[in-house]
Ligand binder design. Structure first.
Ligand code: ATP
Ligand code: MG
Length: 316
């Protein structure tokens, strides 16, 4: 069975409330007893959540996450990009918006979700993060709970949530990966980035053996080298941690990306024929296929993103 089938099967199972994303014990005895009394769990509509992560910094997560949000919006999906690079957020600059309040005020209770959300000129909404706020780099437990609640609220309204993470394995970053439906791991065809990508896989898979990884190789110089790098990574992940990875595709290295000036809109919107834009289009097509569609699905209340966040946070 390939991942497409698995994605579809999981969606169907979730629609029927058959299977917990948290594993067999995830829903707990109490939840199952209540289901028995009520005649089944209450289902609610929820967006597909995609965490964009990496081990090494600077692999191109924010470039990919902002581009993906624009492309998904253009496909008619209600999309929100959440800047989860706690303390070092930058997606607002890439999307050309100027936030006055951010995730910091939202999690501190000084602003509401609707006050913080911005609509970017290219269409997708942005939940901006705080930049240069050291305290936000390590959110407190209360802030993490508030974050889980706000993600649950967003997921109830939207079709897709794209979560742009900071590099590495800080607790809040790992938690966000564990809470998401899919983890898009961005790496590069060089040893340091591949070694760090493996470290993330190992770390997340130890906490959730069902975590689903899709790999993107960015800044590829020679066509096909991205897939070769993926093959090395997937072999190591399979052998050492028993995790099966899936290849989403490669993005070429193009100076046009680095030359992009502050205030300009994403290349994928302004230059759809650019080499990186064509790669991103293909990648989005494949994402849709591998995820078995990107429409919202029905999930039991205790299996949604908010519940997954709350559960996993206890194990960090
Ligand atoms: N395909 C590409 N071709 C050329 N330059 C790229 C490409 N992708 C990303 N870059 C450049 O690499 C740099 C890092 O990209 P980006 O900020 O998206 O990485 P990141 O993984 O989000 O970094 P961080 O870990 O700091 O959050 C930026 O200067 C960006 O313009
Ligand atoms: Mg970034």
């Amino acid at each position: 069975m390939d991942l497409t089938d698995r994605g579809r099967q999981m969606q169907k199972a979730q629609q029927k409330g058959e299977r917990s994303a948290l594993g067999p014990r995830g829903r707990g005895l109490f939840g199952r007893l209540l289901d028995g009394i009520r005649g089944g769990p209450t289902l609610r509509r929820e967006a597909v959540s995609i965490a964009v992560a990496s081990g090494k910094g600077g692999t191109g997560k924010s470039f990919l996450a902002t581009s993906l949000a624009v492309l998904l919006h253009r496909r008619g999906l209600r999309t929100t990009l959440v800047d989860c690079d706690f303390g070092l957020a930058c997606d607002h600059l890439l999307l050309g918006v100027k936030p006055t309040v951010t995730l910091q005020q939202l999690l501190g209770g000084q602003a509401t979700l609707d006050q913080v959300l911005l609509t970017s000129p290219c269409g997708p909404r942005l939940l901006p993060g705080a930049s240069g706020v050291r305290r936000m780099a390590a959110p407190s437990d209360r802030e993490l709970l508030a974050f889980a609640r706000e993600l649950g609220e967003l997921a109830a309204r939207d079709d897709v949530l794209v979560l742009d993470l900071g590099a590495g394995i800080a607790p809040a970053t790992v938690l966000t990966m564990l809470g998401a439906d899919w983890i898009v791991l961005v790496t590069q065809p060089e040893i340091a980035a591949l070694v760090d990508a493996y470290a993330v896989i190992k770390c997340v898979a130890q906490l959730n053996e069902r975590a689903r990884f899709l790999v993107v190789t960015n800044r590829v110089g020679t066509p096909g080298r991205g897939e070769l790098a993926f093959q090395r990574l997937t072999e190591v992940a399979r052998q050492h941690v028993g995790v099966v990875l899936h290849y989403l595709g490669e993005i070429v290295d193009d100076a046009a990306v680095t030359q992009h000036r502050l205030g300009q809109l994403p290349l994928v919107a302004t230059e759809p024929e650019a080499a990186t834009s064509r790669c991103l289009q293909r990648l989005t097509d494949r994402l849709e296929v591998l995820c078995g569609g990107l429409s919202p699905r029905e999930v039991a209340g205790d299996q949604g993103i908010e519940a997954r966040f709350k559960q996993h946070r206890l194990f960090l």
